[in-house]
Design a binder for this molecule. Structure first.
Ligand code: GLA
Length: 383
């Protein structure tokens, strides 16, 4: 699959721009547990996957950048000297954003050609956007020897998302996509960027993703709204971020908050604790406990932080009823996308067949099942 994608991008680049280019593989990510904790300077537990963006990038002397999205069949041209976000710019804004943010840092980007294609379904919550941003910044850094560290690069990708796409995201997606390692999940402290790698091989269980194939409206506005609530509560608590809050300290300002705000902040405090407990459970080889934490995380996302939707809730509820599924929850920003499930190996086939049928009956739409391999972060592909 990956090789096909690589060949497609390579051939397209050659057809359009010639033979002088480098190839980059930039993965999407899953997240075991810890949603919306990243922008609260808390903890997350992601891993890079074998689905992502493959791109080819090379220099040109025309003074213009030429982009081509192989999946949409759409070309786009811009001058790297006049970069601004486009209304409804979609994928273009991720590329423009990276160039624009490099320029803010005083790095004038010369003209380049860029062709890309991906195998991450959009809106699935697997961070195709971070994969694209990282592939651009990583590619430009290689091509023009910009001297950026991986750490510099992920912050540029994140700023591109804030300022050109309008989502005030945390650092999880860009970090996981850039720093991921094969067969390892990363327990990341989003304040210090200290990370601990966990081998992700379950003896008797398998990770299964189920895509609801829905992406509800206003996701960006809802996302930013959650961030605003967290910031408001942190400021009332006189701390920088909810990472520094506890259930006890939150109680002291409860009368200043609506019930909704209180529950949202409480969710963040508890979700941070769950991530740390999940790390401990994996360390202890206690996969059952790990699974329980996932179910709890979903309830928090559904009832407290309110980022779920009926399709996600349905999938998790079905999983909860099934003794062969030891953990399940919605994954990513919310309002659609995938659930992540921990399924007994011998039951995977039956479970996925049953859930696909049940979902179709319930919503008159198909879900999609993915099996992912935990893979290396953004890197050059030997050409
Ligand atoms: C999106 C954002 C991340 C993170 C998750 C929720 O994927 O890009 O920064 O906040 O949502 O955990």
């Amino acid at each position: 699959m990956k090789q096909e994608l690589i060949d497609r991008v390579k051939n397209l680049y050659q057809e359009k721009f010639g033979n002088d280019f480098i190839l980059i593989d930039s993965p999407g990510r899953i997240n075991l547990i810890g949603e919306h904790t990243d922008y609260n300077e808390g903890f997350v537990f992601p891993a890079a996957i074998d689905k992502g963006i493959v791109s080819a990038i090379g220099k040109n002397n025309s003074g213009k950048c030429h982009l081509f999205s192989a999946d949409f069949g759409i070309p786009f041209e811009f001058s790297p000297k006049e970069v601004k976000p486009l209304p409804n710019g979609e994928w273009r804004n991720y590329v423009l954003g990276v160039v624009g943010e490099l320029e803010k840092k005083g790095i004038q980007v010369p003209a380049f050609n860029f062709v890309f294609a991906g195998d991450i379904p959009q809106g699935a919550g697997l961070s195709s956007s971070a994969a694209l941003e990282n592939s651009v910044v990583f590619g430009l850094n290689e091509l023009f020897n910009l001297g950026l560290s991986k750490r510099d690069m992920i912050f540029i990708s994140q700023k591109a998302e804030h300022n050109y796409v309008g989502v005030r995201c945390g650092i999880m997606d860009q970090y996981a996509s850039m720093f991921g390692e094969e067969d390892k999940a990363v327990l990341l402290d989003c304040r210090t960027l200290e990370s601990k790698l966990f081998p992700l091989e379950f003896e008797n269980h398998q990770l299964v993703l189920i895509n609801t194939n829905v992406s509800h409206k206003l996701v960006e506005a809802e996302y930013n709204d959650r961030r605003d609530v967290c910031e408001k509560v942190a400021s009332l608590l006189k701390v920088g971020f909810l990472r520094d809050a506890s259930e006890a300290s939150l109680m002291t300002i409860k009368n200043l908050l609506t019930e909704e705000e209180y529950q949202k902040a409480l969710y963040i405090i508890q979700e941070n604790e769950r991530v740390l407990m999940a790390g401990k459970a994996l360390n202890d080889g206690n996969i059952e406990e790990f699974g329980k934490l996932l179910f709890k995380a979903h309830l928090g996302a559904q009832h407290q932080f309110k980022i779920s939707c009926v399709e996600l809730d349905y999938l998790v509820e079905e999983a909860r009823q099934n003794p062969n599924i030891i953990g399940s929850r919605m994954m990513g920003g919310g309002f659609g996308g995938c659930t992540i499930n921990i399924v007994k190996k011998e039951s995977v086939k039956q479970f996925t067949e049953d859930i696909a049928k049940a979902y179709k009956n319930k919503f008159d739409r198909n879900c999609s099942i993915y099996f992912v391999k935990i893979s290396q972060g953004t890197h050059l592909i030997k050409n």
